[in-house]
Design a protein around this ligand. Structure first.
Ligand code: ATP
Ligand code: MG
Length: 563
């Protein structure tokens, strides 16, 4: 983390610095073109958000454009369901792409024609070796590869075979088209990479038109170039592929797009891999793609994260070439900060103990007008009932309190938020000696939370009127994994799911002030002194469900430090 934060605080990141330089050297700012190229084989996660903020952010800042392009060259795992979800997620994050969305599959004809052109130029050939043979002849990092016996096929034979591949004359794996580069290149990627393979499968957009599909390294650079992408930003693992990217565009004399790599986002205590996320969903470790514990965009959204907080997070972590691990609490910090500014603050009690205010007239109800957010008048106010029977948090009372405990205890006086001061006079116990009720007295002169004599009370508690309390389900989420690195310390035969946190979801019941029943699905509120909550879509007219977005304070970091 510190690495990236430093780079960030020193000013712009290395990509924006590079662009600034290019502009200084004459690159017209409005020609800046980026793209976000998801493969529609899963839902987007917070790692993708980093790439989205970078690509769309750069286009926005410089007055250029950013395309959304579905990299759909691997038909087996791809579907329209994912396409639609990805579009919705990008929009929700606050970005819009230039023109219509694009698809690599729209370029299949062009990619095919350019492949024939490579063959004509003597720069590609059809290899009839099996996949195993190709693999075995590839060499290693220290040893060069071996030329394929089919490498010197004449152009006409290559063209004929390639056309027959396209026509469906061969089964899967019988032939591949390879670039003819250099089997002894120190860069293994350059050892006659495969450009096309045969796959007799249905494609979600092109149907059964094709039975040969282009490889990423071949299609990506040409798609970029076709869209006049100036800055093709991708993650660090494509570093070695850049040489091939440039080779294809130069050999075909196409618009010179350029690839720049940056470090992927890693966050501790979670996983950012579509394959593993799919596993969690399919094996029902979570309730679905939008399970609020998942780092998917829809999971974070349902949990109550705001687009602003995710963009702020991406901004803070910055962009660099150094791989690093970001602490989950950074993400929580960002949402807490945003929700602190925008969300109304109301009262709910999660683990109640009853108070009877002995000297308050039976049957009387007073309605207090309270601001929805004392730091933001524009949010307005709500009415909160006060009566003889109240609920407070059980934790806010102690029979024998230590000296630093400023909440309620026998003989102690506290303030009930915006209402009255109360003093605990007595306690009621059950047969086992557990305290079940507190008998208190209120001071009628303390109405609104202060007294004419100006005496001090140290504690201010949240509360609700028991007869008016509205019950709701509260889902208290914790980390999905109980380890920072879910892959660490596994027994043989175990996978990362063995590190799932069995306590990642606790269901509780809230007793809420009546106004809280009036919030719609997706509304985010602060339960005073507890945390930020978001109304879940499982809510019904009779019973609301609230997801805990994040607590008020960063307890995780403290716990982790203790460990
Ligand atoms: P995954 O490993 O989760 O399957 P991917 O890289 O295969 O991810 P793509 O759909 O190909 O997923 O990703 C689209 C874009 O998002 C790519 O440019 C990729 O580099 C970027 N991206 C994916 N994961 C991250 C991440 N963790 N941090 C930053 N960028 C990412
Ligand atoms: Mg990918």
């Amino acid at each position: 983390m510190s690495n990236e934060a430093e780079i960030k605080s020193a000013g712009k990141d290395f990509i924006r610095n590079k662009i600034d330089n290019e502009i200084k050297n004459g690159l017209p700012q409005e020609s800046i073109q980026t793209r976000f190229p998801p493969e529609p084989n899963g839902y987007l996660h917070i790692g993708h958000a980093k790439a989205i903020c970078l690509n769309f952010g750069i286009a926005r800042e410089y007055g250029g454009k950013c395309n959304l392009r579905f990299d759909d060259t691997n038909p087996v795992k791809e579907s329209t369901e994912y396409v639609n979800a990805i579009e919705e997620d990008v929009r929700w994050l606050g970005f819009s792409w230039s023109g219509e969305e694009r698809y690599t599959s729209s370029y299949f004809d062009r990619l095919y024609e350019l492949a024939e052109e490579l063959i004509q130029k003597g720069k590609a050939y059809v290899d009839s070796q099996s996949a195993d043979e190709i693999h075995a002849n590839r060499g290693t990092l220290t040893e060069p590869g071996k030329n394929s016996p089919y490498r010197e096929r004449p152009v006409e034979e290559n063209l004929d075979l390639f056309r027959r591949m396209k026509a469906g004359e061969f089964p899967d794996g019988a032939q591949v088209l390879r670039a003819k580069i250099d089997m002894s290149s120190p860069n293994v990627v350059m050892r006659d990479p495969v450009l096309y393979r045969i796959r007799h499968v249905h494609h979600h957009r092109t149907g059964d038109k094709w039975c040969i599909y282009p490889m990423y390294d071949y299609s990506h650079c040409i798609s970029d170039s076709t869209e006049k992408v100036t800055h093709s930003l991708c993650s660090l693992e494509f570093d070695n592929n850049r040489e091939l990217y440039d080779w294809v565009l130069q050999t075909l004399d196409l618009f010179p797009s350029h690839q720049t790599e940056f470090a992927r986002l890693n966050i501790n205590g979670t996983i950012l891999s579509k394959r593993k996320l799919i596993q969690l969903v399919e094996q029902k470790h979570v309730s679905g793609w939008d399970d609020p514990r998942l780092p998917t965009i829809r999971g974070l959204r349902r949990r109550g994260y705001t687009p602003d907080s995710i963009r702020e997070f991406c901004d803070r972590i910055g962009v660099s070439r150094a791989n690093s691990m970001v602490d989950y609490s950074m993400l929580e910090f960002c949402v807490r900060e945003h929700l602190n500014r925008i969300s109304p603050r109301l009262m709910a009690v999660l683990n109640p103990i009853k108070i009877t205010v002995e000297n308050y007239p039976e049957g009387q109800v007073e309605w207090f007008e309270m601001p929805l957010n004392p730091e933001d008048e524009s949010q307005g106010s709500r009415q909160v009932p006060f009566s003889r029977e109240l609920l407070i948090e059980r934790d806010d009372f102690m029979l024998e309190p230590p000296s630093k405990f400023h909440r309620l205890a026998p003989g102690r006086e506290v303030r009930l938020r915006y209402a009255y001061y109360i003093t605990c006079k007595d306690v009621v116990r059950d047969a086992d000696g557990n305290v079940t009720e507190l008998i208190c007295e209120y001071d009628p002169l303390s109405k609104g939370g202060g007294t004419p004599d100006g005496r001090k009370v140290k504690g201010t508690l949240h509360w609700v009127s028991a007869p008016h309390a509205v019950k709701a389900e509260v889902r208290l989420y914790d980390r999905l994994f109980s380890k920072d690195d879910p892959e660490e310390g596994l027994e043989p035969g175990q996978d990362f799911t063995a590190s799932l946190n069995p306590d990642s979801l606790t269901i509780a019941e809230a007793h809420m002030e009546p106004a809280l029943a009036g919030f719609d699905v997706d509304s985010r509120v602060q339960f005073e002194r507890i945390g930020y909550f978001c109304v879940d879509k499982d809510s019904t007219a009779e019973r609301k469900v609230f997801n805990r977005v994040v607590g008020l304070k960063d307890t995780w970091a403290k716990l982790a430090a203790k460990k």
